[in-house]
Design a protein around this ligand. Structure first.
Ligand SMILES: [Zn+2]
Ligand SMILES: [Zn+2]
Length: 421
């Protein structure tokens, strides 16, 4: 008998897998993400450059395809999808930013198969490329938080940390190395990591190392002023949206490309491999891959196998519907209206309204963007509206507008929807 390849699995019932994908797709459509697909095969260079040569994924776990004699191309099976999406962004000359996309499918890592780890595993990758506002991070994390809530997963913890900009990281690496130099008893692997990829020491499972690192310096205590403000804004706005989180100073994520915001969703129901979604900001990756300019971006990867383990007991409880709803685009005129925009968007989404918020660009470009997105209504919040606690609701096809009190927005829009049916 020919058996399946080590570290792979057969899905003999795709029901749960499909329900999971379907409800994720629906949720992402509500948040104005579009689905794309990139190849499973990529050039090895892509991951060497993006993930970092010294990360374990690249140094030990790549599935490299032996080149035929006539070709010297080094091709591999993708170990993750973010770098592929960034490559697609650059290669296809995407101009329309923020580019809010997602895709899902298999990824491959040549690691020792163990419980909860496969050589072929499946991920949903969600990315916002070309968006620098911290408000965007907050909305992104809140969107994921709401997704898991709609799936009825409630036994999870959201951990966050802030890694700062590249200068902060260089400074912190000095601080951390100095701390490590003064310690004895850290394991061999960590000593090696200290030279090449010192931030990874925090992932060490060795008990002695863990005890030592409890007293390690925190990167958030070594941020520049600008990053410090962003870190505080991140925490404040997460609380504003009632997103529960814990600050975890040792959370660094495995890959080199992360900076600033990083986060993980974890569940105790999963045992040792307890992270089922992780992500963060990657402001330099797009340039690293060959674009002329940096594109500040944020993304997340969701582990499908791990989500399926969490959903198995809840299989019957979530329902999926199919329909296309009108889109409402909120336009805060300046950063000062971001808080109000975030709250209104959250309120509207609770009532099943399809909402996007434009956090960046001139007012003119935001209107152009709203038009391009096919918005039914634009909700404009300027200084006056903020003061009066209302918004200007503009009917994008009729061109008419009216001022609506904040607390009456949802009722007003639901009424418009029922009229148009
Ligand atoms: Zn900084
Ligand atoms: Zn260690």
């Amino acid at each position: 008998m020919i058996s399946r390849v080590k570290g792979t699995q057969d899905f003999l019932d795709m029901t749960l897998f499909n329900v999971l994908i379907k409800s994720t797709k629906e949720h992402l459509a509500f948040h104005n993400f579009i689905e794309i697909q990139t190849p499973l095969l990529e050039h090895l260079d892509l991951f060497q450059r993006s993930l970092g040569e010294h990360t374990e994924v690249v140094s030990k776990e790549m599935f490299i395809i032996e080149p035929r004699q006539e070709s010297s191309e080094r091709i591999c099976l993708r170990p993750e999808i973010t770098a592929s999406i960034a490559r697609a962004f650059v290669e296809n000359g995407i101009q329309n930013i923020p580019w809010k996309v997602f895709t899902y499918g298999p990824c491959f890592r040549y690691e020792r198969p163990q419980k909860g780890r496969y050589r072929q595993f499946h991920q949903i990758s969600i990315e916002v490329i070309g968006a620098s506002s911290v408000s965007q991070d907050v909305q992104f994390i809140a969107m994921l938080n709401a997704l898991f809530a709609t799936m009825c997963i409630d036994d999870f913890v959201l951990a966050i940390n802030f890694l700062g900009c590249s200068d902060d990281r260089v400074n912190f690496i000095h601080v951390l190395k100095k701390f490590l130099d003064a310690q004895s008893g850290i394991c061999r692997q960590c000593l090696e990591r200290k030279e090449h990829n010192v931030m990874r020491i925090f992932d060490c499972k060795n008990v002695d190392c863990q005890t030592i690192y409890k007293d390690a310096p925190h990167i958030v205590d070594h941020l520049c002023e600008c990053c410090m403000q962003e870190w505080q804004q991140l925490q404040r706005q997460l609380s504003l949206l009632s997103v529960t989180y814990v600050y975890q100073p040792t959370l660094v994520r495995g890959l080199d490309y992360y900076n600033k915001t990083v986060f993980e969703f974890m569940s105790n129901a999963l045992g040792a491999q307890n992270t089922f979604c992780g992500g963060g900001r990657y402001n330099k990756l797009v340039k690293e891959i060959g674009a002329k300019e940096d594109q500040p971006s944020i993304g997340a990867a969701l582990g499908i196998e791990r989500l399926m383990l969490l959903l198995e007991p809840l299989k019957e409880t979530f329902v999926v519907e199919d329909e296309i709803d009108p889109l409402y685009v909120i336009i805060p005129m300046t950063n000062a209206q971001h808080d109000m925009a975030l709250c209104i968007a959250q309120d509207m989404q609770k009532y099943g309204l399809c909402v996007d918020v434009l956090f960046e660009g001139s007012v003119k470009s935001m209107f152009r963007k709203a038009n391009k997105l096919g918005a039914a209504f634009a909700l404009i919040i300027g200084e006056d509206e903020q003061r009066d606690d209302c918004v200007v609701v503009k009917d994008m096809s009729a061109g008419s507008e009216q001022k609506i009190k904040k607390e009456e927005i949802v009722d007003f829009l639901l009424q418009q929807e029922s009229c148009s049916i």
